[in-house]
Design a protein around this ligand. Structure first.
Ligand code: TTJ
Length: 651
């Protein structure tokens, strides 16, 4: 009987549901999926909801990998149903001899059936990927599949995994491909609202990973319509270019390497930028592996070896000196590694780490051979990369030495305190305060005006280092920052230890002008980056000096704002408009005499302190990073905003 005749019969004849034989690996019912959905798609949250889409799309990508599909579309329809379309060969519709059922039916009703029809694609056997269309079906309120094949459209329908319409021909077609539409079951998910952004990002990633494949995404929901088309002939090369789009590359070309052994293939694309961070993104069978694994290990060891060898060969490195460390060789590196293999083993907490050891050898070999060759053919680029790694090495060494000397000095509490520090008598840090004061003259006033029993003064002067633009070694050795580090006594960076902190109030006292705000911003950025617990625990404050001085005869008052100035002025005049009230604007802390400074800004009974609160530290970190580098203004604004939000503690 021809396939065609068989199918026509199928539309009218009831087929026996007898499973025949051992070929079907899993005969687990789909109820199991509905009972414990998290086991199959990770969770029933937003992430699980989106996982349904990836699960379906993976099938189309397999077809593309097999060479038969060039275009995939993913649509969010009105009502948050999803349609995935491809122009592949279409899921087989013929009857499987083992089951007596159309292959199409088996794909959607039998767990893990997908792999059997993979057409030589790279199926993932681990993690949560590749669990198959049947899982999506089981977790959908309804699902419709249409296969365009042999000039016919074959259609089948389901509800919560159960067949509601057996496979039948619903019309002619001149195309090939598969169309699946499903509605996630609200009984199964915490939310059934899709995010176009999440889907678009994922599809873009897949388009980068599969060079030449065109993926379109649509959002048809009224009021938020959107569409995108992703198609990258350059594949991983374009991925790296895209990742570096806001950076300054130190060489024009993206370096691309590939190689294969047995049925595994490895692709690597990389480019260095003038930044200090490393950004390696790895994939196994198109699945992101954020925890890394064997492919990343192979890449890293080969990279370190090739760069060191090149340094030795070119005479830049000496054989009797310690070589460049791995991290030196990865400063400013943007790299994507993608491997494909038949039996991927995913390990780790979140199954996000590749465990197959032979992949390490493969990637190591590919990078060793191809990168060495590239360096030979492109000595200028090789030199740039080597120089950058050598610079990173020197910086790291300097940072280590500086950190160790700070550690040595602060050990045993016997650190030699900075010359400029005017320390207090009290030793209990819970009771002491450190005023960090801008400028020598203000420092002098503060020293004279303070209560030396518990208040210490550290004057800072000159231009502060912007830590956002500097490498760690510059920070450790900086002559403006070292006194702060030493005075606080708690170390820095990884070594920072709150238990050793010498003052539990760290008060930045700067002028109420732009320069003052700038120095406050720089200090806060420094604390945020290098002494984070200080901010997280609320130990950092800003002093609030007055803006105006009002004098009527022997009466002297100060005002902290224009409104307050006007109010006090009116109060002093009383009913007589001719009363003489002299109003002076303080130009800076230096203008105040020690007594004034004490009364207005330092006396715990009368002063205002603003606690610096970075309530959402994670968000703040992102903002610091975002504003890193050249854009000083927005960063300054951000920290000023946060300083304004602060609470008044002493009243
Ligand atoms: C398998 O080998 C014979 C020819 O067809 C191959 C196949 O299954 N191709 C295929 C499956 N292309 N697209 C799919 C597919 C697409 C979607 C949207 C959903 C599912 C479950 C499979």
């Amino acid at each position: 009987m021809s396939e065609q005749k068989e199918l026509n019969e199928l539309t009218t004849t009831q087929v026996d549901h007898e499973y025949g034989g051992s070929e079907i690996q899993v005969l687990e019912g789909l109820e199991a999926v509905r009972k414990r959905p998290g086991m199959y798609i990770g969770s029933t949250s937003e992430s699980g909801l989106h996982h349904l889409v990836y699960e379906i799309v993976d099938n189309s990508i397999d077809e593309a990998l097999a060479g038969y599909c060039t275009e995939i579309t993913v649509t969010i329809n009105d009502g948050d149903t999803i349609t995935v379309t491809d122009n592949g060969r279409g899921i087989p519709v013929d009857i499987q001899p083992q089951t007596g059922l159309p292959a199409l039916e088996v794909v959607f009703t039998v767990l893990h059936a997908g792999g059997k029809f993979g057409g030589g694609g790279y199926k993932v056997s681990g993690g949560l990927h590749g669990v198959g269309a049947s899982v999506v079906n089981a977790l959908s309120e309804w699902l419709v599949v249409q296969v365009h094949k042999n000039g016919q459209i074959y259609e089948m329908k389901f509800a919560r995994g159960e067949i509601t319409q057996k496979m039948k021909v619903v019309g002619p077609t001149d195309k090939n491909g598969t169309v699946v539409t499903f509605k996630p079951d609200p009984e199964m998910f915490d939310t059934t609202t899709y995010s176009y952004d999440i889907i678009h990002t994922r599809m873009q990633q897949q388009a980068f990973l599969n060079a030449g494949l065109k993926i379109k995404t649509f959002d048809l929901r009224p009021g938020q319509e959107a569409q995108d088309e992703m198609h990258y002939e350059g594949g991983l090369r374009e991925y790296v270019t895209w990742l570096n789009r806001h950076k300054t590359p130190i060489h024009d070309q993206v370096i691309y390497m590939e190689g294969a052994k047995d049925d595994a293939i490895a692709e690597i694309a990389l480019q260095y930028n003038d930044d200090f961070k490393e950004n390696i993104i790895s994939f196994a069978n198109n699945v992101h592996t954020p925890e890394g694994g064997m492919h990343e290990t192979g890449l890293k060891s080969a990279l370190t070896r090739v760069i060191n060898n090149y340094g030795l060969k070119s005479g830049q490195l000496k054989p009797d000196q310690p070589g460049l460390k791995g991290e030196d060789c990865r400063e400013g590196l943007t790299c994507v590694v993608s491997v494909k293999l038949t039996e991927a083993q995913f390990e780790g907490q979140t199954k996000a780490k590749l465990g197959n050891a032979y992949i390490r050898t493969l990637v190591d070999n590919v990078v060793s051979d191809k990168l060495e060759q590239f360096f030979e053919e492109n000595p200028k680029v090789a030199r740039m990369i080597l120089d950058k790694a050598m610079m990173a090495n020197r910086a790291r060494e300097a940072a280590r030495k500086a950190r160790e000397s700070i550690r040595r000095k602060t050990a045993l509490g016997g650190a030699a305190m900075p010359d400029k520090l005017r320390d207090c008598n009290e030793a209990n840090p819970e009771l002491t305060e450190l005023y960090i004061v801008e400028g020598d003259s203000a420092g002098g006033s503060a020293t004279q005006g303070r209560d030396s029993r518990f208040q210490a003064i550290l004057p800072l002067w000159g231009k502060m280092l912007n830590v956002e633009k500097a490498r760690a070694d510059k920070v450790y050795g900086n002559d403006k920052l070292t006194p702060v580090i030493t005075a606080l006594g708690a170390g820095i960076g990884e070594d920072f230890d709150l238990n050793k902190l010498r003052y539990h109030k760290v008060i930045i006292m700067a002028d109420a002008d732009v320069d003052g705000a700038h120095i406050r911003t720089l200090l806060l950025t420094f604390f945020f980056r290098f002494m984070r617990p200080l901010i997280d625990n609320g130990y950092v404050y800003a002093a609030v000096p007055p803006l105006y001085k009002l004098t009527k005869g022997k009466t002297v008052r100060v005002a902290f704002s224009d409104e307050e100035r006007d109010a006090i002025s009116a109060e002093l005049r009383g009913d007589n408009p001719n009363t003489k009230v002299v109003i002076n604007r303080y130009k800076g802390l230096g203008e105040m005499d020690p007594h004034e400074l004490w009364e207005t800004t330092m006396d715990p009974e009368r002063r205002t302190l603003k606690r610096i609160e970075l309530d959402d530290a994670v968000r703040a970190d992102q903002i610091f990073t975002l504003l890193m580098g050249e854009k000083v203004e927005p960063r300054r604004d951000y920290i000023q905003e946060n300083a304004k939000k602060a609470v008044n503690l002493d009243f």
